[in-house]
Design a protein around this ligand. Structure first.
Ligand SMILES: *Cc1c(COP(=O)(O)O)cnc(C)c1O
Length: 372
């Protein structure tokens, strides 16, 4: 299956999902419902009852997320909370779990520190060779593609079919490309998880995540996990993400387009020793990204001459915010080696923001020029 067989959401319709239900005089912007209790006389008939089970602000957020994923969705208070829910909803003692060795490091730490201790056998493989060796014997296979930070990719349609044929459940962390750039459920993956702290929220002001699946048994288990473990989002954060999603389309389009322009120019820059961006014709992920994704994302991985050059670029280049995390409206960068990722000390993960691209290029190009 290729990206053209998928069913992208109508984003104009998404913006009017709630508006179309309003009565005369209702507020157009989503009200923030900051209440842990709900007025509940008599027997319970499915109304809101206690906030751990649901809240009108999340209902609207989940409605929007479900439209984006074209699948039932659950909101979580962070990307890790969504990842934990997907893993705890599908694994039990004796299960075998396959995860990437080069993906987001906390997924590995959660698996090693807690799942292994509960009797889950955890195996790691590099993303670039994830399908090598097959998926026979694995109960749950976790993909992250493009991987953060190296931007290697997995062929999701082929891999998900192989996992299913081997009797396993597949999960994809779709944080880096969002449902606008890549649609794992349409490619046959069972569960999508995302850190909405990144470009989904987009303003670097809220930690959030979500899980989506078209498998009702999985959604029921993940919902029970959320409610019983108390891993629930606060209404304020849900409201912030709902607001962020209203501009996701324009932010994401600008960020990806600018990243494409910058990657082409950076690739030919003498201060850049190596570059990874799936949109570049020579990139190892390019062919697969063209087939599988509808955009190449806004993350660029750069290797400069030395750790010192990388630090100076990150900390002193105008229009770059030195910060961990990515996907915000402000361009930001960091050296992933400082957190122990298996990359060169001169490796920079650049997250392109919404600044006008020529203004950005002037800042970045000139800085690298002067820093040669
Ligand atoms: C940030 C990130 C996470 C974790 O998300 P939080 O919202 O910080 O819990 C998971 N996966 C990827 C790929 C990420 O970039």
């Amino acid at each position: 299956m290729s990206a053209s067989d998928t069913t992208p959401p109508k984003l104009g319709e998404m913006l009017h999902l709630r508006g179309n239900t309003l009565a005369k005089g209702d507020p157009v912007a989503l009200p923030l419902t900051q209440s842990s209790m709900f007025h509940l006389p008599g027997n319970w008939q499915g109304e809101h009852s206690y906030v751990r089970a649901g809240n009108p602000t999340w209902d609207q957020l989940e409605h929007m997320l479900a439209h984006l994923e074209q699948a039932p969705c659950l909101a979580f208070p962070s990307g890790m909370a969504a990842i934990a829910a997907a893993l705890f909803a599908t694994l039990k003692t004796g299960s075998r779990l396959l995860i990437p060795s080069d993906g987001y490091y906390v997924t590995r730490r959660l698996s090693a520190r807690f799942l292994a201790g509960l009797g889950v056998e955890v195996t790691e493989r590099p993303t670039a060779a994830f399908r090598d060796g097959g998926f026979e014997g694995f109960d749950v296979v976790f993909f992250e593609t493009p991987s953060n930070p190296a931007l290697d990719m997995v062929d999701l349609a082929a891999a998900a079919a192989e996992v299913r044929a081997a009797g396993g459940i597949s999960i994809a962390d779709n944080t880096t490309l969002t449902p606008l750039g890549q649609r794992p459920l349409d490619l046959g993956v069972d569960i999508v998880v995302s850190s909405d702290t990144k470009s989904m929220g987009g303003h670097s002001d809220a930690l959030m995540g979500h899980l989506a699946s078209r498998n009702p048994a999985i959604m029921e288990a993940a919902g029970e996990w959320r409610s019983f473990s108390g891993s629930i989002p606060g209404p304020q954060e849900a409201w912030l993400l709902h607001r962020g999603l209203e501009t996701l389309d324009v932010r994401y389009a600008r960020m990806c387009e600018s990243a494409g322009v910058l990657a082409e120019r950076l690739a030919g820059h003498p201060a850049v020793q190596a570059i990874r961006y799936p949109g570049l014709a020579g990139d190892p992920s390019h062919a697969l990204a063209q087939q599988q994704c509808s955009s190449f994302g806004f993350l660029i991985s750069l290797t400069l001459e030395s750790e010192e050059k990388a630090e100076s670029f990150i900390n002193s280049c105008p229009l770059i915010r030195p910060a961990t995390s990515f996907g915000g409206v402000h361009t930001s960068a960091e050296r992933r080696a400082r957190w122990g990722d298996d990359v060169s000390p001169a490796f920079v993960r650049l997250s392109v923001g919404v600044e006008p691209v020529e203004e950005l290029w002037k800042a970045l190009g000139r800085y690298l020029e002067g820093d040669l």
